[in-house]
Design a protein around this ligand. Structure first.
Ligand code: NAI
Length: 342
């Protein structure tokens, strides 16, 4: 079956990792019609806006997108394309599975966490203003509706994937109203899931727990900001930002993107590790019902990583993005040819 998927190459290392991912998907034999759109600074020049209407229309029509990272200028400049996209499409759940990969050296070998991050509110409301010169106010918005919705998403996910525990992460000891509401919603929702152990942890303690005992945790439920920060922390537990995929999910709409950003320090040098985005493709293919291709890509990717011959420099190797990608793609093609010859 042919699928149509919106593709946002992004900037920085985005074009390199998306090209690698498109190559691997094609090598696995999945027929995808990619609708490519720029976003961010590149779109600003061409369309006069960092988030063009034609891009939004394409995602709304296709209901599925694969997105490379997009740079957000610090301080002044346009607001985040990533935040804008999530809000405009109501992609309220950010799902980030963080799992140890066999053969990849990291401090732990047994990490199997899922970060569920609320994607639409919190300090990402973008509501900031100058009260008087030298004093700014930034508004943290937490609503019962969004908190209940994301708590239900986390518990449903745990139930569906036979996970045992959901830990809500908060700072309700200090932000008694906002984080208090978030926690309260979780406690109410979790009562309807008797098979799942509900737990909560204050965010500072959670950071310590994760870097010492990650194996004790299962599904982690967080507001937007804690989810952003702790997701990066969690990638560090399994080998770094180059390895962890993610999905932004709404009702019947999905945008798949890695946890990492545009990595301007290595952009254009052929050094980027495309694993995270290829793992996003695995999630996306499962979402599209292409489970056989998803399994083959994951298996081949893990085999190439475990062999250790074609590792990118973030994993201690010397392979370029293209060499690593070809190692995976050529193996997938050879397997398909062997299968067809039978
Ligand atoms: P970053 O994730 O881009 O990079 C952090 C460090 O990890 C860098 O040293 C980088 O070289 C390394 N790294 C990241 N991904 C890698 C990969 N695939 N392979 C090898 N090394 C990798 O975070 P940073 O530098 O804070 O952000 C850069 C830009 O990306 C900012 O403008 C930020 O707003 C944007 N960003 C965009 C995201 C998105 O589009 N979803 C997510 C996070 C940040």
């Amino acid at each position: 079956m042919k699928h149509t998927v919106t593709l946002i190459p992004g900037d920085g290392i985005g074009p390199e990792v998306t090209a690698a991912t498109v190559r691997v998907i094609a090598a696995a034999g999945v027929d995808i019609n990619w609708e490519r759109y720029p976003a961010g600074a590149e779109a600003l020049g061409e369309y006069g806006t960092p988030l063009p209407e034609s891009l939004m229309t394409s995602i709304k029509r296709n209901r599925v997108a694969l997105k490379g990272p997009v740079t957000t200028p610090v301080g002044t400049g346009f607001t985040s394309v990533n935040v804008g996209l999530r809000k405009a499409l109501d992609l309220y759940a950010n799902l980030r599975p963080v799992k140890s990969i066999p053969g990849i050296k990291s401090r732990f070998e047994n990490v199997d966490l899922v970060v569920v991050r609320e994607n639409t509110e919190d300090l990402y409301s973008g509501l900031e203003h100058v009260v008087v010169p030298g004093v700014v106010e930034s508004l943290k918005i937490i609503t019962e509706t969004a908190s209940t919705r994301i708590a239900r998403f986390a518990c449903d996910y745990a139930r569906k994937h036979k996970r045992k525990k959901v830990t809500a992460v908060h700072k309700a000891n200090i932000m008694k109203l906002s984080d208090g509401l978030f926690l309260d919603c979780f406690r109410k929702v979790s009562q309807h899931y008797p098979e799942i152990a509900p737990e909560d942890k204050i965010v500072d303690n959670m950071c310590m727990q994760l870097v010492m005992y990650p194996e004790k945790y299962d599904v982690l439920l967080m507001e937007n900001l804690y989810g952003d920060i702790l997701s990066d922390l969690c990638t560090g537990l399994v080998g770094g930002l180059g390895l962890v995929p993610g999905a932004n999910l709404g009702d019947n709409i999905a945008v798949f993107e890695a946890v990492h950003g545009s990595a301007p320090d290595i952009a254009g040098q052929g050094k980027a590790n495309p694993t995270a985005l290829i793992m996003c493709a695995v999630m996306m293919l499962n979402h599209l019902g292409e489970t056989d291709a998803a399994d083959r890509i994951e298996k081949t990717l893990f085999a190439v990583l475990a062999e250790g011959k074609y590792l990118t420099s973030d994993l201690g190797g010397h392979a370029s993005t293209a060499q690593y990608t070809e190692a995976i793609a050529s193996r997938l093609e050879a397997e398909r040819e062997a299968e067809e010859a039978k």
